[in-house]
Design a protein around this ligand. Structure first.
Ligand code: NAP
Length: 340
């Protein structure tokens, strides 16, 4: 358990990445009680500087003795770094909040979305996992509906932005767009195919059944966070040439029938949700306007006429904020509120 203090020593591992930089911003914006902020990356970007509270901080090379005196370590440097260094940070006395997939499905590691299962955060043994970005936004939108009417089945298709792959993928979309608009060839480094002016129906590796790792994460993580293994889930995840914010078309089947109006009313008061739903006036969430915001936006709420009790929803959220950095900082806020 975290000891109560006025201010905390916080480490960000992967500070120069797409998520890490957002973490530094979110810590500042939310006035997290930071006594000292330590930033870590690999030799590629160690030595660069980032600004925090008007101070310029130098990014340090991650080493095994980086965590001495650290209270909270926010990790977003990929699975290998988390596998190797999260236990080191825990041994040094830090609580780790990890953005990678490394620890998410381990039975003794809580997988937490503060609006959905905040109590799980307090059952940690040093590591708390932050879910996958596409999972977080879906469970924030579905939890109030599940509580009211029990969701039996979810069919979700995602439209995921390139920032979900990291900063190099954002550069690739810029470079390819620039090249193609100048009648030059698009070069692919990050993705196997051109992403500019295209869609890639693959996020992660495929398993023997033909599902991608992103699709499997959506299924398993949703059940773990919602605490309900009975929910049947079918996912198709797609990378789209959008810079920021993931969109999802979500179809649910519920045990008790929910009208679209009932669903709208439940979501209007749900924590972290913004209902943006007036199609006649062309009001629905889109990635361009959701990028940079904190809420999970829900629109296009309508009854599914093909089944007895079903709804269709369109769910959009900023993957770098609620899908990653903000969710991690919100978990840290829960910990410090409960610290004794
Ligand atoms: N992007 C998203 O929307 C999102 C959402 C949820 C979860 N995540 C997860 O968050 C993690 C980071 O994602 P990202 O999108 O921020 O990737 P990214 O933009 O590629 O950034 C990766 C960061 O990790 C650092 N890093 C890499 N190898 C390292 C090493 N051996 N030692 C120390 N630092 C190292 C990089 O530093 P150098 O440049 O110096 O190597 C960089 O700061 C991944 O696990 C990802 O799955 C991402």
């Amino acid at each position: 358990m975290l000891k109560k203090k006025d201010q905390y020593v916080v480490a960000v591992v992967g500070a120069t990445g797409a998520v890490g930089q957002e973490m530094v911003e979110v810590l500042q914006e939310r006035k997290f009680p930071v006594k000292e902020l330590r930033l870590f990356a690999s030799e590629r970007t160690a030595g660069e500087t980032l600004t925090f509270q008007d101070r310029s901080l130098t990014v340090q090379l991650l080493t095994k003795d980086a965590f001495t005196g650290v209270d909270i370590a926010l990790f977003s440097a990929g699975e290998e770094v988390s596998r190797e260094y999260a236990p080191v940070a825990v041994s040094a006395g830090a609580v780790v909040i990890d953005n990678s997939a490394e620890w998410r499905m381990k039975p003794d590691v809580p997988l937490v979305v503060p609006e959905v299962n905040p109590e799980a955060a307090f059952r940690h043994h040093g590591i708390i996992a932050n879910p996958n970005c596409s999972t977080i936004q879906m469970v924030v939108a579905l939890k109030p509906l599940h509580d009211a009417a029990r969701i039996k089945r979810i069919v979700v298709s995602s439209y995921q932005s390139v920032s979900g792959t990291g900063k190099e993928a954002m550069d690739e979309l810029i470079d390819q767009t620039r090249a193609l608009m100048s009648f030059q060839e698009a070069v692919c480094h990050v993705y196997p195919f051109q992403i500019a002016f295209n869609l890639l129906p693959q996020i992660g590796a495929f398993d023997a059944r033909g599902y991608s790792s992103e699709e499997t994460k959506l299924v398993n993580e949703t059940r773990k966070i919602m605490g309900d293994d009975r929910i049947r889930i079918s996912a198709t995840t797609v990378r789209v040439p959008v810079f920021r914010a993931h969109s999802e078309s979500v179809n649910i089947e519920t045990e008790r029938k929910l009208s679209a109006d009932e669903a709208r009313a439940l979501l209007a008061t749900a924590p972290g949700v913004m209902v943006f739903d007036d199609p006649q006036r062309k009001v629905y969430p889109m990635p361009l306007e959701v990028a940079g915001t904190d809420e999970v936006y829900v629109g296009r709420i309508r009854e599914d006429a093909s089944i007895e009790s079903g709804l269709n929803l369109w769910v959009v959220a900023d993957n770098l904020r609620k899908g990653a950095a903000l969710n991690a900082v919100q978990i840290a806020e829960k910990l410090i509120q409960a610290a004794s």
